[in-house]
Design a protein around this ligand. Structure first.
Ligand SMILES: Cc1ncc(COP(=O)(O)O)c(C=O)c1O
Length: 347
C-alpha cells in the first residue's frame, strides 16, 4: 500500500538531482567561513530577499531563536501571534535562553495580527514595563499569505513606534507565489527573515536567516553559542542551492493539488473545510458535530495509508508537497468516501 503522507511538507525527500549536487559540492570549514558553497548560498539568498547579509542555520527553529536573541536584550519584549510557530512550537526558547518576554496577540483567520491589538500590546516607555522591541510575523501562516496592504500597514506602524520586525518565512516562497510577487517584496516589511529549505523545497536540512550586516555578524556569534556552527556544511548548502534552482517553480503544483483536495472535500457534510479555495499548500477542516470525531478519523485514514496531522484548536491539517500527485489526491478523496459511507451505515 502506498503511504500518502499529508502531515507536513517537511516529509519531502531529496530528489536524485539534489543528492548528486550534494555529493559534488565544494567544501571547506564554515566556522572559519571557508565553505564556498555555503558562501554562495548565503549571498544568493541575501540578494533574493533584498537584505545585506545571510547566515546558514540548521533549522527554522534555530533561525527564529537567533533572530530573537539578536534583536532583543534580556528583559526586552517581542510581540508574537498567539498561533505563531515561534510562540507555540519552539518552546519559547528566546524566553528561557535569552530572557526575552513574549506578549501574544490573536491571529486573525488570515494570519495577520490585528494592528490595533499590536499597537495596544506595545508597552509605554516606563520603568515598570519590559521594553517592547520586536514584532514577529509569520508568512505563510497556516497556509495563508499575508496581504500586501497588511505588510505595508504593519511597516508603517512598527516604524512609527521604532520597533523591529522579524518574519518567520518558513514558507515565504509559497507566500510570494500566492501573492504573485517576489520574495523580496514579501521580505520588505521585515528587518530580518528566516526561511526554510526543508519544507516544500524538499532539502533534507537547512534554513537561512537574513538581515543587515551588523545583525548577521551578531547572529553568527549566537549561532556558534547555540552549537549551530557547522563545518563542511556545503554538502547541505548544495541541496539548498538545488532547491533554489529546481524546486521553487514547481510549488504551483502543490497549490493546485491543495485546491483540488479542498474542493473535493467540500462534498462531505461530515466535515467543514476551513477554506474551499486555499491559496497555498495547506487544507484544514473540522469534523462537524454528530459526525465522526477527529481522533477516530485520523486512525481510519491511517488504516487506509493516509497520514494527516491535527493542530490544537485548528483541526485536521493536510499539506501537499513534492511527494503528492493529483492521483494521490483522488485516492485520498476515495478514502474519505469509504470511511464516511461506513460511518453512515453504522448509524
Ligand atoms: C512556520 C514555521 N516556522 C518555523 C518552523 C521550524 O522549522 P524547523 O522544523 O526547521 O525547526 C516550522 C516547522 O515546521 C514552521 O512551520
Amino acid at each position: 500500500m502506498k503511504i500518502i503522507d499529508l502531515r507536513s511538507d517537511t516529509v519531502t525527500l531529496p530528489p536524485d538531482g539534489m543528492r548528486a549536487a550534494m555529493s559534488a559540492a565544494v567544501l571547506g570549514d564554515d566556522v572559519y567561513e571557508e565553505d564556498e558553497t555555503v558562501k554562495i548560498l548565503q549571498d544568493r539568498v541575501a540578494n533574493l530577499l533584498g537584505k545585506e547579509a545571510a547566515l546558514f542555520v540548521p533549522s527554522g527553529t534555530m533561525g527564529n531563536l537567533i533572530a530573537l536573541l539578536t534583536h532583543c536584550q534580556r528583559a526586552e519584549q517581542a510581540i508574537v501571534g498567539e498561533g505563531a510557530h515561534i510562540y507555540l512550537f519552539e518552546q519559547n526558547g528566546a524566553n528561557w535562553l535569552g530572557g526575552v518576554s513574549f506578549k501574544s496577540v490573536l491571529n486573525d483567520r488570515d494570519g495577520s495580527l490585528d494592528l490595533k491589538s499590536v499597537e495596544s500590546a506595545i508597552n509605554v516607555d516606563n520603568v515598570h514595563f519590559a521594553k517592547t522591541k520586536l514584532v514577529c510575523i509569520e508568512n505563510t501562516w497556516n497556509g495563508h499569505p499575508l496581504s500586501r496592504h497588511y505588510m505595508r500597514d504593519l511597516n508603517v506602524l512598527t516604524k512609527n513606534h521604532g520597533l523591529l520586525v522579524h518574519l518567520d518565512g518558513a514558507r515565504i516562497f509559497n507566500a510570494a507565489l500566492a501573492l504573485n510577487t517576489s520574495v523580496q517584496y514579501v521580505a520588505q516589511c521585515a528587518d530580518s527573515v528566516q526561511l526554510c529549505f526543508s519544507k516544500g523545497l524538499s532539502a533534507p536540512v537547512g534554513s537561512i536567516l537574513a538581515g543587515g550586516h551588523q545583525f548577521i555578524a551578531q547572529a553568527r556569534r549566537h549561532r556558534k553559542a547555540l552549537g549551530g556552527g557547522m563545518r563542511q556544511v556545503g554538502v547541505l548548502a548544495a541541496a539548498c542551492l538545488y532547491s533554489l534552482d529546481h524546486m521553487i517553480d514547481r510549488l504551483v503544483e502543490d497549490h493546485q493539488t491543495a485546491a483540488l483536495l479542498a474542493e473535493e472535500l467540500t462534498q462531505f457534510p461530515q466535515i467543514e473545510v476551513e477554506v474551499a479555495s486555499p491559496r497555498t499548500n495547506m487544507v484544514f477542516f473540522k469534523c462537524v458535530k454528530d459526525g465522526i470525531d477527529e481522533a477516530s478519523l485520523i486512525v481510519e485514514l491511517k488504516h487506509l495509508g493516509i497520514l494527516v496531522s491535527s493542530l490544537p484548536n485548528v483541526g485536521i491539517r493536510l499539506v501537499t508537497h513534492y511527494g503528492v500527485t493529483p492521483e494521490d489526491i483522488l485516492a485520498v478523496v476515495a478514502a474519505f468516501s469509504k470511511i464516511f459511507s461506513k460511518v453512515s451505515v453504522a448509524r
